[in-house]
Design a binder for this molecule. Structure first.
Ligand code: ZN
Length: 292
C-alpha cells in the first residue's frame, strides 16, 4: 500500500483582512509540508456567519497570492459542509456523549459565582455542569417544548468510553489527553449549528491532514479534538503548536491592531519578500515582530 502523503493546512477565518499573525501560521504550515515532502492545504473556516463575510474570503485569497504562498489541491470551505458536520453531531448524540444545556450565559455566570474557586483557577470560566445530570424526563420535555439549548460534550462520560488517549506535539512531546481541560465544551447551538472543535476535527480527517500546525493558543483545544477523533473513528494526526507573534512589549499581536493587517501593510508599500523576511526574523527572536 502506498504510504500516506504528509499534509498540513492553513485554515484562516474570513472575519477581516489577513494579519501578520496569519502570515506566520501560513508560513509554518507551508514550511512543515515542504520539510516533510508533503502538501499544504487551504481551508476557509467561515462557519461563524455573524463574523465571516464572503468579501473577506476573496480578499484573503488575494492577500495569499500577493504573498506568493501557494497551496495544494482544492480550497475547502466550511460553510459548504454543514451537512457533514450535522451528521457527525448526530452520530455523537446517538452515542450518548452529548447532552442539551438550557442555561443562559447569565445563569452560568451566577452558578460560577456561587461555586468555590477552583484551586488552580484555570477553570473559572468553564461550564459548571448544571444540565449534565438532568433527569431524562425533564430533558425530553424541555426539548419537546422547543426550549433554546446548546449541545455539550460530556467529558467524564467520554473519558470512560475512550479510556486513556495520547497525542503528540512536535514541539512539546507526547501528551496524555485530558478532555476535561476546557470543561463540557459546546459542540452546537441554535445560532451556530457546529462549533469550531467539531468542524476542524471532521475537516482535518476529510482533507487527510497528517500534521496540524496552529498557534499555541489552541493547545488546550487539542485535548478535545483528540477525543472527538476517538469517538468518530477518525485518523489521528500529529500537532505542532507554534509560538505567536508579539510586539516589543511582549503583547500578543491581535487583529484589532489594524496597522498589522495586510491591507495597511500593502498600502504602505510593503513588499511581500520583506514581510516574509520580517516574520522569519521574528521567529528567530522569540516571536517579537517589528515592521522593518
Ligand atoms: Zn446548562
Amino acid at each position: 500500500m502506498e504510504a500516506e502523503r504528509p499534509a498540513t493546512r492553513f485554515a484562516p477565518s474570513p472575519s477581516g483582512r489577513l494579519h501578520v499573525g496569519h502570515v506566520l501560521a501560513a508560513v509554518e504550515a507551508r514550511r512543515l509540508a515542504d520539510e516533510l515532502g508533503g502538501v499544504c492545504r487551504l481551508r476557509i473556516e467561515d462557519i461563524d456567519g455573524q463574523r465571516c463575510r464572503p468579501e473577506y474570503a476573496a480578499l484573503l485569497l488575494d492577500d495569499l497570492a500577493w504573498l506568493g504562498l501557494s497551496f495544494d489541491g482544492e480550497v475547502s470551505v466550511q460553510s459548504a459542509r454543514m451537512d457533514v458536520y450535522r451528521q457527525a453531531l448526530e452520530k455523537l448524540k446517538a452515542m450518548g456523549v452529548l447532552y442539551p444545556c438550557f442555561c443562559t450565559r447569565k445563569r452560568i455566570a451566577e452558578r460560577l459565582a456561587e461555586m468555590p474557586r477552583a484551586p488552580h483557577g484555570s477553570a473559572c470560566d468553564m461550564y459548571p455542569g448544571t444540565c449534565r445530570s438532568m433527569e431524562a424526563d425533564e430533558r425530553a420535555a424541555r426539548l419537546a417544548e422547543g426550549e433554546a439549548h446548546a449541545w455539550r460534550l460530556d467529558c467524564c462520560r467520554v473519558q470512560d468510553m475512550t479510556g486513556e488517549l495520547e497525542w503528540l506535539d512536535l514541539n512539546a512531546g507526547p501528551q496524555v489527553c485530558e478532555p476535561s481541560r476546557l470543561g463540557d465544551v459546546i459542540l452546537a447551538r441554535k445560532d451556530f449549528p457546529v462549533s469550531y472543535h467539531l468542524a476542524v476535527t471532521v475537516d482535518d480527517a476529510e482533507q487527510g491532514i497528517t500534521h496540524v500546525t496552529r498557534g499555541a493558543d489552541l493547545f488546550e483545544s487539542t485535548h478535545v479534538h483528540r477525543v472527538l477523533q476517538a469517538l468518530l473513528g477518525l485518523p489521528v494526526p500529529v500537532w505542532k503548536h507554534h509560538g505567536l507573534l508579539c510586539d516589543e512589549n511582549g503583547k500578543r499581536l491581535a487583529k484589532r491592531d489594524g496597522a498589522r493587517s495586510l491591507e495597511s501593510l500593502r498600502s504602505a508599500g510593503m513588499e511581500p519578500g520583506r514581510l516574509l523576511a520580517s516574520i522569519e526574523k521574528a521567529l528567530a527572536q522569540g516571536g517579537v515582530w517589528k515592521m522593518e
